[in-house]
Design a protein around this ligand. Structure first.
Ligand SMILES: Nc1nc2c(c(=O)[nH]1)N[C@H]1C(S)=C(S)[C@@H](COP(=O)(O)OP(=O)(O)OC[C@H]3O[C@@H](n4cnc5c(=O)[nH]c(N)nc54)[C@H](O)[C@@H]3O)O[C@H]1N2
Ligand SMILES: Nc1nc2c(c(=O)[nH]1)N[C@H]1C(S)=C(S)[C@@H](COP(=O)(O)OP(=O)(O)OC[C@H]3O[C@@H](n4cnc5c(=O)[nH]c(N)nc54)[C@H](O)[C@@H]3O)O[C@H]1N2
Ligand code: SF4
Ligand SMILES: [Mo]
Length: 768
């Protein structure tokens, strides 16, 4: 058998040849399959990749997906796609798809029938629970889980087994966005929608490489500027990227100092009288929380914030020290640029959208920076009306739909929190279990769950649709932990990965359009697709794997559905959690017949803007109504600047920043098997600023050694390639499983959201 390293190397060479087999225009195929006499049939599906949630049309011929085009009927992308969307179906047909179950026997992975592997998973779960208790077993899922996958997992683990050991990789991705929404508005997910792009005059990107990560939305924004030259796009970032290149202004700030920049903007808005007094008077209340809140790098770190009510006067006083001049010292952003930003937000004639993604979420003060950016929109009243929108973009195709809405996190339920008696009662009633079955106390957030596995408090973990042995921070500790004796790890995936490498059982999964599914994107849009092609071998959907195991464990009563109709039945049951004008979900029939439907959609009508009576039927009165909070107001929080968990020093003088490239999806398990994408960026690298490179005698392609307090890695240098970090920073993408940058990263997290900060730690840089 080919090793994965050989496979990827061979593919890079074969890629040029494969590219020639690609049909012109929108048609692509991995092999040159001649169209059959019947021709193609086109069926809708949302894109498998990012949280933008583009609608696609998939061309199927002779049982094989061979072509993709953007769905003109989808309001998200109006017929467009990015390079990943267009090539997405090729990810179905990599040479080394997992087609059969594998079980570890005497250190070797042995092929077994799927039914036997499922028996083993069920008996191992039962045995572990019997020996070590319910909280010794866990499931770690994903924002790439479909809604039925997440729902089945939550119902089995929280309702059936009775443990809150349910987490998902969205903890690494979106949890600061969630706690930001909850603290400022009391309800999760954006108030606005992508239509805001068609109305705004000013776009400020707060740490979002949108040109590469949300390319279709980025192109919608550029299109708006083409037709209206007064539109301004400002890229606020810590590294120069393709996004900066296309922006009207690129403003670089020092890592973590966005907290101070946002406060300085608020300071200027107030000083100049650019605030909206009537809005503040009627719709905002002021609060403060704890300070010096720590970084969570030690096991069992605990933190609970406490809200204290304050006033506008008190808020003003707190902001006094955030003068543009003082913040220039902290952030490196010239005071005049801070004033310029304030003048844009403060101009009553300009509609403003702020976009962000991992820059603000993967932040050891992730919740705080969301609060601080909301403060800008709340001081000016630029919120919940077309074109005025603080917009937290999602990364994964169903981080919103599955993890946030279904609630596949230790503290959540499909509706509300485990600690809320009413929410537990609702779940118990819909699930048909005694309320005492559903545990009250959250157990472990993701980082702590892997720590618990390392310590031995957790002994069993089932991993679905995520590749943590590439994507966990401070990776070595967590990999060593998983490999310890007495740990049992089940991994459901579609390809072999570093995570399947350490598994005791590997379950082959049906991929995307090989099963029916439902995703929910960044703008509260739910999208259903039918099964369009057959899965290979014994591959089975993640939902059905969970149901098979549940039945074997004696929880069959909770999963009475048939294999043919279970997605519909799950949706109809799950919808009951969200009845009411504030969160009503579309009917299954509406989902099937539309490219997507936005919630809340009471009486079949979508809500585009929340918290304003003109658009949101849940809002009372004539204008804004922030009904998520008991005082029906949005909360302004004073949150100070506090430094990063680890900053450069004498021994480790560089910032290490990490992230992505447009061609690859996360750990590359899918996109590195698409020849044309793999060839475009075949291996990992380290971006070095040209001045630093010159000083150290590093040329393009030279091998460079990075060392942090946790590990070392040698990679080829890239100078002025895709992006350019400022002096004193290096950047490494994480798509290459043979160059694991997470061996160096730090597992510090935001104490409120528990989301790790992958954007900042300190490293030494040497020519190797
Ligand atoms: N092609 C492609 N697209 C993707 C993905 C992919 O893997 N490939 N993944 C999807 C997923 S899951 C996600 S989460 C998104 C990620 O989307 P992005 O967040 O746009 O991408 P990243 O590369 O993770 O992060 C880059 C940004 O982090 C900012 N940053 C770094 N440090 C700081 C800081 O201290 N403060 C602030 N405010 N910003 C900072 C940088 O300035 C830069 O703009 O992309 C989604 N889209
Ligand atoms: N250094 C660094 N690390 C990071 C980040 C960063 O910016 N820097 N970002 C973090 C963020 S925001 C994210 S979202 C995570 C992403 O981290 P992961 O979720 O770990 O990365 P993926 O590559 O998306 O992993 C998805 C896995 O699911 C498999 N798969 C695909 N389809 C299916 C399916 O239908 N069923 C099953 N069972 N498996 C399937 C794929 O082959 C792949 O192995 O990474 C985090 N880690
Ligand atoms: S922008 Fe995102 S959702 Fe749209 S085609 Fe590209 S990867 Fe897919
Ligand atoms: Mo993400």
């Amino acid at each position: 058998m080919l090793s994965r390293r050989e496979l990827f190397k061979g593919m890079a060479m074969a890629a040029a040849a494969a590219a020639q087999q690609v049909f012109p225009g929108v048609l692509f195929a991995t092999t040159a399959v001649p169209p059959s006499a019947n021709g193609l049939s086109w069926k809708k599906a949302p894109c498998r990749f990012c949280g933008t949630g583009c609608g696609l049309l998939i061309g199927v011929d002779n049982g094989r997906a061979v072509a993709v085009k953007g769905d003109p009927a989808s309001s998200v992308n109006r017929g467009l796609c990015c390079v990943k969307g267009y090539h997405s179906v090729m990810a179905l047909y990599g040479k080394d798809r997992l087609t059969h179950a594998l079980v570890r026997r005497n250190g070797q992975m042995v092929k077994v029938p799927m039914q036997e592997a499922l028996d083993l998973v069920a008996s191992k779960l039962k045995e572990t629970i019997q020996q070590s208790g319910k909280d010794s077993v866990s499931i770690y899922g994903s924002g790439q889980w479909t809604i039925p996958d997440g729902y089945a997992a939550s119902k089995l683990f929280k309702g059936g087994i009775g443990t809150n050991n349910v987490e998902a990789n969205a903890r690494l991705c979106m949890s600061s966005a969630v706690t930001g929404f909850m603290t400022s508005f009391g309800l999760d997910e954006p108030m606005g929608c992508y239509d805001d792009i068609d109305h705004a005059d000013v776009f400020v990107l707060w740490g979002n490489n949108m040109a590469e990560m949300h390319p279709v939305l980025f192109s919608r924004m550029l299109e708006r500027r083409v037709t209206n030259p007064n539109i301004k796009i400002i890229d606020l970032a810590t590294r120069w990227t393709r996004t900066s290149m296309a922006a009207d202004r690129s403003i670089l700030f020092r890592p973590q100092s966005d907290l101070a920049v946002a406060n300085a903007i608020c300071h200027e808005l107030i000083r100049n009288g650019w605030t909206n007094s009537a809005f503040i008077q009627n719709h905002v209340s002021f609060h403060e929380g704890k300070i010096n809140i720590g970084y969570g790098t030690q096991d069992k770190f605990a933190f609970t914030d406490e809200a204290k009510s304050t006033s506008l006067a008190e808020f003003k006083k707190r902001l006094e020290e955030y003068t543009p001049e003082k913040v220039e010292q902290i952030s490196g952003v010239p005071a005049k640029d801070i004033r310029y930003l304030a003048s844009l937000y403060g101009d009553p004639a300009k509609k403003c959208v702020s976009f962000w993604c991992m820059g603000m979420n993967q932040h050891s003060r992730g919740t705080w920076i969301q609060n601080n950016v909301y403060n800008i929109h709340l001081l000016t009243g630029k919120i919940s009306t077309p074109g005025n929108s603080p917009f937290s973009l999602t990364g994964q195709p169903s981080a919103c739909g599955t993890v946030r809405e279904v609630g596949t996190l230790t503290n959540r339920l499909p509706h509300g929190e485990t600690t809320n008696e009413k929410d537990r009662q609702m779940a118990a009633e819909i699930w048909g279990v005694p309320v005492a079955n559903i545990p009250v106390k959250p157990t472990y957030h993701t980082v702590e769950m892997f720590r618990a596995l390392d310590r031995g408090d957790i002994k069993f973990m089932w991993i679905q649709v995520t590749n943590p042995m590439v994507t966990m921070p401070k990776l070595k500790r967590y990999r060593d932990g998983m490999k310890k004796d007495g740990r049992f790890v089940v991994v459901s995936d579609v390809y072999p990965t570093p995570t399947t490498d350490i598994a005791d059982v590997i379950l082959p999964s049906a991929f995307w359009i090989e099963r029916e599914g439902i995703f929910g994107n960044s703008e509260r849009r739910t999208q259903q697709w039918d099964q369009l092609v057959d899965p290979p071998g014994e591959a089975m959907s993640d939902t059905w794997q969970l149901i098979e195991v549940a039945r074997r464990m004696g929880h069959g009563k909770l999963f009475p559905w048939s294999r043919e109709t279970h997605v519909k039945e799950i949706w109809n049951e799950y919808r009951r959690f969200h009845h009411g004008p504030a969160h009503e979900m579309a009917t299954y029939e509406a989902l099937r017949s539309n490219p997507g439907v936005q919630w809340p959609c009471p009486n079949g009508k979508e809500t585009k803007w929340r918290y304003h009576a003109k658009w949101d039927p849940a809002a009372k009165g004539k204008s804004w109504d922030f009904y998520g909070k008991p005082d029906r107001k949005a909360w302004i929080w004073f949150r100070p600047y506090e430094p990063a968990a680890e900053s450069p020093d004498k021994e480790y003088p560089f910032w290490l920043n990490t992230g992505r490239v447009v061609e690859h999806w996360h750990t590359g398990s899918l996109t590195r098997r698409i020849p044309i994408l793999h060839q475009a960026v075949p291996n990992g690298y380290v971006e070095v600023n040209p001045n630093d490179a010159k000083r150290m005698g590093i040329r393009n392609g030279d091998r460079v050694k990075l060392t942090s307090r946790r590990g070392a890695l040698t990679l080829p240098a890239m100078i002025d390639g895709r992006g350019r970090p400022p002096e004193g920073m290096v950047f490494v993408p994480f798509f290459d499983e043979s160059l694991l940058i997470n061996e160096l990263t730090l597992d510090a997290f935001c104490p409120i959201s528990k989301q790790p900060d992958y954007k900042k730690c300190a490293v030494k840089v040497e020519r190797a």
